[in-house]
Design a protein around this ligand. Structure first.
Ligand SMILES: Cc1cc2nc3c(=O)[nH]c(=O)nc-3n(C[C@H](O)[C@H](O)[C@H](O)COP(=O)(O)OP(=O)(O)OC[C@H]3O[C@@H](n4cnc5c(N)ncnc54)[C@H](O)[C@@H]3O)c2cc1C
Ligand SMILES: NC(=O)c1ccc[n+]([C@@H]2O[C@H](COP(=O)([O-])OP(=O)(O)OC[C@H]3O[C@@H](n4cnc5c(N)ncnc54)[C@H](OP(=O)(O)O)[C@@H]3O)[C@@H](O)[C@H]2O)c1
Length: 443
């Protein structure tokens, strides 16, 4: 028996690895293991050509596609205190480099020994302790090579690090069942070359839809990018036809709201992902139009504060935030950070939601952080409660500027390289690629 706090981390992607880094840094206090269903750690960044099911029969986790570069400069996609190799001058690195960086992180912090791969978490349930408000956690796992066998382990705390970009959302479009062409979701997109000579309608054009439609347009005969966004990048290439979202499909194609029908070979849904926790029963959390309750600060289960989620906030600079979330989480479970009462936490969560609605955000954006500086407020809040410094302001500056740059110059903004100069400033290393040449770059 050990009197250390036993923590089960579910998933060894970037958030699981940040959790292990913080937990193992205080190994006198914590005993940590990450269960990872894949053969290797890395999460989504562990690319595979496979789609559908993997070699164990489970759905493939990674929605990463072959020709992918990160979509924010690496200088703001860095785990704090662990810089990228100096010789990597480019800011927008490839998916392969990102995976290497995660593996370097794992080795640098010596946490590979804490990762149990081939291990699928099937069920997580609280065990009430008579006379105590605290619970322990019953975690049921299987070796993915022997899925019919299960094993149970008991933990003091569970960190849910399963990501949120794997449970694809496909809207129900009338006429879909009659369509004779190919229907797919971007989670199964890997290679643009497969669209050679085809006519393709893409529904939902955000980060994935923007990138994938530009990739596919190099091969397809025609790409229709269909969306309802009011903030669409004006710099989006003109040869990709934009349309409002189609509401109907037919045997041969899609029908736009003005009644025009176009024939297409493929309908590709880039409509994003939905939260899902297959190992948690419905009485633990509820998900209502993408709002997860009862959760405090988008992380902490209000009834069971030893159950901590890393995959709830969306659209933020994930890597630095994961590290800070992990710092906060370890301080919650060992009691260094004090939580308000249950009622106060419920009120805080409701106030946060209502203030989003008041600001005009859609109800399903309950955990979006990409607007109104929400990610930085989130960070300040948890840093204050955890009594550690918040992320430096330069991250916000570079996030704002890089996203502006992308908006104005979507086809070339990832050619710009940056260097962080200090807590508050950065510089562009190749200023000839700055905003002043936007019109040239997008022509
Ligand atoms: C196509 C695409 C491109 C992206 N590009 C960027 C980018 O450029 N920059 C950026 O910051 N973010 C990007 N993202 C977002 C991405 O989600 C994050 O970068 C990051 O990978 C999230 O880390 P995570 O650890 O929370 O989740 P994940 O990376 O999804 O890792 C979760 C891990 O949990 C494991 N797991 C899941 N369920 C179980 C279970 N039941 N039992 C055991 N293990 C389990 C999975 O196998 C996986 O290894 C992209 C996402 C997609 C889909
Ligand atoms: N490195 C890269 O280049 C890269 C590439 C791809 C993805 N990513 C990352 O992957 C993550 C997921 O991005 P994503 O673009 O797949 O998902 P996303 O950001 O959730 O975008 C999905 C889009 O589909 C729209 N949509 C949903 N249902 C629709 C419907 N019925 N009709 C029309 N539009 C609909 C959504 O609109 P609403 O907003 O109104 O819901 C949204 O604009 C992000 O973190 C992103 O940064 C990175």
């Amino acid at each position: 028996m050990t009197d250390k706090i036993r923590v089960c981390v579910i998933g060894a992607g970037p958030s699981g690895c940040c959790s292990l880094r913080q937990l193992t840094a205080e190994c006198d206090k914590f005993e940590a293991i990450a269960y990872e269903r894949n053969l290797v750690p890395g999460g989504i960044w562990a690319y595979t050509d496979r789609t559908g099911t993997d070699e164990t029969g489970l759905p493939v986790h990674s929605a990463m596609y072959n020709n992918l570069k990160i979509n924010i400069p690496k200088e703001i996609q860095e785990f704090p205190g662990f810089p990228y190799p100096k010789e990597w001058k480019k800011s927008y690195i490839t998916r392969q480099q990102c995976l290497q960086y995660i593996n370097d992180f794992i080795d640098h912090f010596n946490i590979r020994k804490n990762i149990k791969t081939h291990t699928y978490v099937r069920d997580v349930s609280p065990i009430e302790i008579p006379g105590s408000k605290k619970v322990k956690w019953n975690v049921v796992i299987s070796d993915t090579r022997k899925l019919d066998e299960v094993k149970t382990e008991i933990f003091d705390s569970v960190f849910v690090c399963i990501g949120h970009d794997w449970n694809e959302y496909i809207p129900n479009i009338p006429g879909m069942e009659d369509f004779k062409g190919k229907i797919m979701h971007s989670r199964n997109y890997r290679h643009a070359e497969l669209f050679e000579g085809l006519d393709v309608a893409i529904l939902g054009v955000h980060f994935t839809g923007e990138d994938v439609s530009m990739q596919i347009a190099k091969h397809a005969r025609k790409v229709y990018a269909c969306h309802d966004r009011t903030d669409f990048p004006p710099s989006f290439p003109k040869h990709i036809e934009q349309h409002p979202s189609f509401m109907r499909m037919t045997k041969n194609g899609v029908v736009f709201p003005d009644g025009t029908e176009v024939k297409v070979d493929v309908v590709l849904f880039c409509t994003g992902y939905r939260y899902s926790y297959p190992f948690l029963k419905n009485d633990i959390i509820q998900i209502n139009d993408e709002r997860i309750t009862p959760i405090y600060k988008h992380m902490i289960h209000i009834k069971y504060p030893s159950l901590i989620f890393f995959n709830i906030p969306r659209q933020l600079t994930y890597f630095p935030h994961f590290n800070e979330m992990a710092k906060f989480a370890v301080r919650i479970i060992d009691g260094r950070a004090k939580l308000p009462t249950e009622d106060e936490m419920l009120k805080d969560s409701e106030d946060d939601y209502q203030s989003r609605l008041k600001d005009g955000m859609k109800p399903r954006y309950a955990h979006y952080m990409g607007l109104n500086n929400l990610q930085w407020h989130f960070n300040t809040d948890i840093a204050k409660m955890g009594n550690f410094p918040p992320l430096p302001p330069v991250l916000r500056k570079l996030w704002d500027d890089a996203l502006d740059e992308r908006q104005m110059n979507i086809t070339h903004s990832n050619e710009f390289n940056y260097e962080i100069m200090g807590e508050d400033s950065y510089k562009i290393l190749n200023p000839e690629g700055s905003k002043s040449r936007v019109s040239l770059a997008t022509a």
